[in-house]
Design a protein around this ligand. Structure first.
Ligand SMILES: [Zn+2]
Length: 347
């Protein structure tokens, strides 16, 4: 790539960086290094690098150039571009196959709260009526998702909104302004008012955490996972989206089941020594002091999703096979998150 070319691109990347920073700073739209943005300029796919936080887009060089023709050729040859290029996001294939100049992918809590329902396609038909949107049932990120997107686009070429089952949202457009407008339209239509949880028992939590390796989370909203009966029931059913496994680096849904309030005088710590957090029935949540800011951000996102799922919603949990099949993605994302330089701690 010539120097002139890359200088031009840097200027053209500014709107993408600004958009990414705005989106990345809204925890209801994206958490930690999840979500990604890209722009296609003269055969180059400029895309958020793996493990980077969109929130860092202004102050840090989070966007890397990838050869669009090569990426698309990879997909054609059934090779995942994310495996071929270091630093390329697992969602590169998806951005490459989409024809739109600007693509934004977010794990927005309102969309996920719809996208984990068995009846999501029917519900969304009503919510998104009039938009050029399509539903894609859950498939793992990478080649499988890119292939499904190709199928959908071959039947409906004018699609610019994709709702990904048990995953999130994709918006495409000619420029960053169009994408941001469309995102805000979709957000308005999918907005769900979060449930009001019962009060947190801070005194009980402080007593439990006192002198232990546990701490109270910075985000008070997280306690709803323990204080809200509907949330506890929703969580006990299994994993709703792959990133949920990030906390445990395993596929044990039991992690998300609440436990009775432990007696602080009891030897309770050894019982839960492998867990990164504890959801305590009727009290709230305690987290390991070693929990990374990225994991904390993911946990806040989870609480926001769960508070938007009603008790009557027919839920579609990930199957054991799906969790197992996405385990390599989860493992790589887990490492990314563990190493990420978090914007939340930098400010
Ligand atoms: Zn994603």
């Amino acid at each position: 790539m010539s120097k002139n070319m890359s200088a031009t691109n840097q200027a053209e990347l500014t709107p993408l960086r600004e958009l990414s920073a705005r989106i990345g700073s809204d925890p209801l739209l994206t958490q930690a290094s999840t979500g990604n943005s890209s722009i296609k300029l003269a055969g180059v796919l400029w895309m958020k690098a793996s493990g980077k936080w969109m929130a860092d887009a202004i102050h840090e060089d989070i966007v890397i150039p990838l050869d669009l023709v090569e990426d698309r050729e990879c997909v054609k040859q059934k090779v995942d571009p994310a495996e071929r290029y270091t630093r390329a996001s697992i969602e590169t294939a998806m951005h490459a196959v989409l024809p739109h100049r600007v693509v934004l992918h977010v794990h927005c809590v309102n969309t996920i709260a719809w996208a984990v329902r068995q009846d999501a396609p029917v519900q969304l038909e009503h919510q998104l009526d009039g938009l050029r949107w399509q539903w894609i049932s859950y498939v793992p990120s990478g080649l499988p998702l890119a292939r499904e997107i190709e199928k959908v686009l071959s039947a409906s070429a004018d699609t610019d909104v994709l709702v990904l089952g048990n995953h999130g949202l994709v918006i495409g457009g000619d420029d960053c302004g169009a994408v941001e407008d469309l995102l805000s339209q979709v957000e308005q239509r999918l907005a769900i008012c979060p449930r009001q949880a019962d009060p947190t028992d801070y005194a009980a939590l402080a007593e439990i955490a006192d002198g232990s390796s546990w701490d109270l989370p910075d985000d008070d909203e997280v306690h709803s996972l323990g204080t809200d009966a509907i949330s506890r029931a929703v969580l006990s059913g299994g994993l709703l989206y792959p990133c949920q496994s990030i906390f445990s680096n395993s596929s044990t849904p039991g992690l998300f089941r609440s436990v009775p309030c432990p007696d602080p005088r009891d030897q309770w710590e050894s019982r839960y020594c492998t867990l990164p957090f504890l959801i305590i029935e009727g009290c709230g949540v305690i987290v390991r002091r070693t929990m990374t800011p990225a994991q904390r951000a993911m946990m806040s996102g989870l609480a926001q999703v769960i508070q938007r799922i009603s008790s009557s919603a027919p839920l579609r949990y990930l199957t054991e096979e799906e969790v197992a099949n996405s385990s390599s993605m989860i493992a790589s994302r887990y490492r990314e998150l563990a190493n990420a330089s978090p914007y939340s701690s930098a400010r």
